[in-house]
Design a protein around this ligand. Sequence first.
Ligand SMILES: [Cu+2]
Length: 148
Amino acid sequence: MIRQCLAASLLVLSSTSLMAAECSIDIQSTDQMRFSTDNIVVDKSCKQFTVNLQHTGTMPSNVMGHNWVLTTAADMQGAMMEGMSAGVANNYVKVDDARVIAHTKVIGGGEKDSVTFDTSKLKEGESYAFFCSFPGHSALMKGTLAFK
Ligand SMILES: [Cu+2]
C-alpha cells in the first residue's frame, strides 16, 4: 500500500523519474561456466553503474570461481593473461591494472558480489568487453558492453 502511494505520487510529481534508465544489472553465473547475459548496455543518463554478480551453482570458488571484469575490447586479452598470473589471491586481476575499469571479486557457488563504477570512465562509441578472468573461463564467459 505504501509502495503504491509512493508510486502514485512519483507519477504525479515526475513522470520522467519512472522512465529513468536502469543503472544496474543482475548477472547470474553457473557451474556450467556461463554468464546469464552476453550483452550489456549502459545508458548515458547513468552517472554510476552497478553489476550484481551471483553464482547460482554449488561448486567452490577454487574449482569454478567466477568474477566479472570490464576492460575495452582491445585490452581484454592482455588484462586476462596478466590477471591469470596475479592469482586467486588477487581475484585473477593484476594489482592496479589501469586497463581494468571495474571488477568484482571471485565468488563460488551460492555467493554474490557487486561492483559500482563511475560511467565517466566510459566513452560513447568505444567497444568494451566483460569477462570472467578465472583461468580458462573467458572462452565461454565473456560479453560486450556499450555506453550509449
Ligand atoms: Cu568463471
